[in-house]
Design a protein around this ligand. Structure first.
Ligand SMILES: Nc1ncnc2c1ncn2[C@@H]1O[C@H](COP(=O)(O)OP(=O)(O)O)[C@@H](O)[C@H]1O
Ligand SMILES: O=C(OP(=O)(O)O)[C@H](O)COP(=O)(O)O
Length: 396
């Protein structure tokens, strides 16, 4: 891969696409700065070479042009602290202000441009908009893995204006390397653990994983649609009624391919969607009418943990229950601990998806697994076998 290591940035201006789409609370404090921390090595390498850095990113999904809530100005102070320098900020990503501030940038300085998505041209992958961005710098670097599945102006289109000066940042290279290990080099037994809210979000991934894995564990909210499809009673648990047929097809496919598809055998139930709800544990498919499943049960924990601990490759996407609530986090925590133990015994473990990453961080186990991806949708699409526009644009 052509990474920033292959270029000397001395006296060069680099425009670097990062994914600083970080969660902010009501007072605009960053609640998880992982994506920013992950981009620092690339920025520091360019500065150390004696270059200057123009950072561009999106934040959220603004629909009506410039909106204070979605301004990247809210992250300037934190970024400055992380880099131990004063990051400059341009109120716009193209136009006079951006051109002037970029033009006056000295080696060792960093300029952050305003949210790219304040222009609808960004998401359209507009060529003229990409060209304007490209004029701000001499080199293009893409380090925005979280947005690599988007064919947007700043992630893909812009690369054509730097035919001989486009590079992957370190984060992008690391993410691709780890994803490739799963896609092409998975040592067996290979176990995928799927969870989260919806079957519909993960269909393509499940189908593509059935070609590769030995074990496919399915927990979390999506497991109830499987249970219902198999004739079980699921009370008021999450259900995608229109996906029940598909669940049965996936079970058949798994059987035909010799994949061990494992569903929870029991479930922790609650009488309402609340941390303080009354709690009980029942076998899967035996949930009383007014109750809902919010976590996997203890027998499932044992069953899943056994398979996980005997695996050599692990891909985990999606929590086993509503881990945000203390009383329903046990299944997710136990699975995280099993993944950690397998990793200690030599397995390669990749965690992807915003909520899985949040869960593993909540349990303080981030450093105990092989790799936690900064990508949600990007990692899933990569695993589904799709080409990522952000990766392709640098490689072609
Ligand atoms: N049994 C359940 N009932 C309701 N919501 C659930 C259940 N299990 C998991 N969830 C929710 O699913 C969400 C995560 O789903 P998803 O976005 O698909 O995961 P990821 O971001 O890791 O891909 C979490 O907010 C979690 O609370
Ligand atoms: O947060 C992101 O993706 P994710 O929610 O899939 O992790 C990326 O910044 C991409 O954002 P988008 O899904 O609005 O294009």
């Amino acid at each position: 891969m052509k990474t920033v290591d292959q270029f000397d940035f001395k006296d060069k201006k680099a425009i670097v696409r990062v994914d600083f789409n970080v969660p902010l609370d009501a007072d605009f404090n960053i609640t998880d700065d992982k994506r920013m921390r992950a981009a620092l090595p690339t920025i520091k390498k360019i500065l150390k070479d004696g270059g200057s850095v123009i950072l561009m990113s999106h934040l959220g999904r603004p629909k009506d042009g410039p909106t204070d809530k979605y301004s990247l100005k809210h992250i300037v102070a934190d970024l400055s602290r992380m880099l131990s320098l004063t990051v400059k900020f341009a109120d716009d990503c193209i136009g006079e202000e951006a051109v002037n501030k970029a033009g006056n940038l000295y080696p060792g300085e960093v300029l952050l441009l305003e949210n790219l998505r304040f222009y609808k041209e960004e998401e359209k992958g507009d060529v003229a908009f990409a060209e304007k961005l490209s004029k701000l710098a001499e080199v293009y670097v893409n380090d925005a893995f979280g947005a690599a599945h988007r064919a947007h102006a700043s992630t893909a289109t812009i690369a054509q204006f730097f035919p001989n000066a486009k590079y992957f940042g370190y984060l992008m290279a690391e993410e691709v390397k780890n994803a490739e290990k799963i896609i092409n080099d998975a040592e067996k037994p290979f176990t995928a653990i799927m969870g989260g809210a919806k079957v519909s979000d993960k269909i393509l991934l499940i189908e593509s994983l059935l070609e590769k894995v030995d074990n496919l564990i399915i927990g979390g909210g999506m497991a109830y649609t499987f249970a219902k499809a198999q004739g079980g009673e699921i009370g008021t648990s999450l259900l995608e009624a229109d996906r029940m047929e598909l669940c049965l097809e996936l079970l058949e496919k798994a059987k035909a391919k010799g994949v061990n598809l494992v569903l929870p055998v029991d479930t922790v139930i609650a009488d309402k969607f609340d941390n303080n709800a009354s709690k009980d544990q029942v076998d899967s498919g035996h949930i009383p009418a007014d109750w809902m499943g919010l976590d996997i049960g203890s027998k499932s924990v044992e069953l899943f943990s056994d398979i996980i601990k005997n695996s050599k490759t692990l891909l985990w996407n999606g929590p086993m229950g509503v881990f945000e609530m203390e009383n329903f986090q046990q299944g997710t925590k136990a699975v995280a601990e099993a993944v950690v133990e397998a990793t200690k015994n030599g397995a390669f473990s990749l965690i992807g998806g915003g909520d899985s990453a949040a869960a593993i961080a909540k349990f303080g186990l981030e450093d105990e697994v092989s790799y936690v991806s900064t990508g949600g949708g990007a990692l899933l699409e990569y695993m589904e076998g799709k080409e990522l526009p952000g990766v392709k644009a640098i490689q072609s």
